[in-house]
Design a protein around this ligand. Structure first.
Ligand code: TXA
Ligand code: MG
Length: 330
């Protein structure tokens, strides 16, 4: 990949006409093509990809060099659009009325039929949603008109990017286009509030303060096991593991087992129920298929899903991490 295109806007005078409009249209086009665009939000810069496209979401994890599949936040322009993807409760509506658009991310139950990648929520039944208030982010989200998955636009383990230069330094040619608009005004990530349980829990402190939230909805819990360092799904309270057992490093499938293959299946004892993550052994394609295929094989009549080994390189690291968690004793 060559170096990314950098399109710089003037946030103070942004009005989404003329050159502004051209830049937004171009960034939206890149996103629609399944490629990655770093864009400004009021908290930090996001590394955006089309959340309905498994390949684009896999590309986000590859670009960040994340060793685990940490679930991602989906970004949309308007709260009203969220109901296609998550269940909206009166509590969510109340919070949205006060803090959306803005630096609050809500964890809500993911709709069963949500037309979204499974990788985006790391296979879980909950989804993180955010409506950024930054004018450039909103213009882009409106124009592209699909939910955009966006972690902070930095390599895994390094600090979040609050300027286009940070993005360039951290991600270099891993991003296709950088939409710049100066410094992110808040400069720290959004507050993550999980409202899927009886008592709301702050999973990450951020741009909206705990006392601001409590002034609206009363006392909340704070999950102290979660710092600003991304938590992997296995450490989260609710995470998806298949009902079936998972057997790793399989070289064949027993009777009653489903096979989740990787690479050519020559010489592998056949199982009636089998899927292949990537016949050509492509880790990127495999990552894009992983959660969807695990779900598909997780049928009542299947006791065990036998998974062939995946190399411990690139996206294979994150896939193996996730599979080891799924295979761990319950
Ligand atoms: O301000 C922000 O939130 C920025 C901008 C770009 O919007 N984004 C951001 O994303 O900080 P990221 O991926 O760096 O952090 C998202 C955090 C992760 O730590 C992840 O564990 C948590 O959100 N998360 C996402 N989905 C979740 C879910 N379904 N349940 C619990 N936590 C979730
Ligand atoms: Mg981050």
């Amino acid at each position: 990949m060559s170096s990314p295109t950098l399109l710089n806007l003037d946030a103070a005078h942004f009005n989404n006409s003329g050159a502004d409009k051209t830049f937004i249209a171009r960034a939206a086009e890149v996103l629609r093509g399944g490629k990655l665009v770093a864009f400004p939000t009021e908290t930090v810069y996001g590394l955006g990809g089309d959340a309905t496209n498994e390949q684009a979401v896999a590309a986000i994890f590859a670009a960040k060099g994340r060793p685990t599949f940490n679930p991602l936040i989906i970004h949309m322009a308007d709260f009203s659009e969220l109901s296609a993807y998550v269940d909206i409760s009166p509590l969510a509506e109340n919070l949205a009325a006060h803090f959306m658009p803005g630096a609050l991310t809500l964890i809500l139950p993911r709709k069963k039929d949500a037309a979204l990648s499974w990788l985006v929520s790391a296979g879980m039944d909950t989804l993180a949603v955010r409506i950024p208030s930054h004018a450039v982010a909103r213009a882009l989200l409106r124009e592209v008109n699909v939910p955009i998955a966006a972690p902070s636009a930095n390599r895994s383990g390094s600090v979040s990017a609050t300027t286009p230069l940070h993005v360039l330094e951290s991600l270099g040619d891993k991003v296709d286009l950088i939409l710049g608009a100066g410094r992110s005004p808040i400069g720290i990530e959004s507050t993550i509030l999980d409202i899927t349980a009886a008592t709301p829990v702050i999973l990450r402190q951020g741009g909206v303060t705990q006392s601001e939230i409590e002034a609206v909805i009363g006392k909340v819990d704070v999950f102290t096991g979660h710092s600003d360092t991304p938590t992997s799904p296995g450490q989260l309270q609710s995470h998806y593991a298949p009902n079936a057992r998972v057997r790793l490093n399989a070289t064949h499938a027993e009777e009653g087992e489903a096979l989740l293959a990787f690479g050519p299946e020559m010489g592998i004892k056949s199982s009636k129920i089998r899927l292949n993550l990537s016949e050509r052994g492509d880790l990127h394609e495999a990552a894009a298929n992983l959660f969807a295929m695990l779900r598909e094989l997780d049928k009542p009549e299947i006791k065990t899903i036998a998974v062939m080994s995946l190399p411990e390189i690139g996206l294979g690291l994150a896939m193996n991490d996730r599979l080891r968690r799924a295979a761990a004793p319950r």
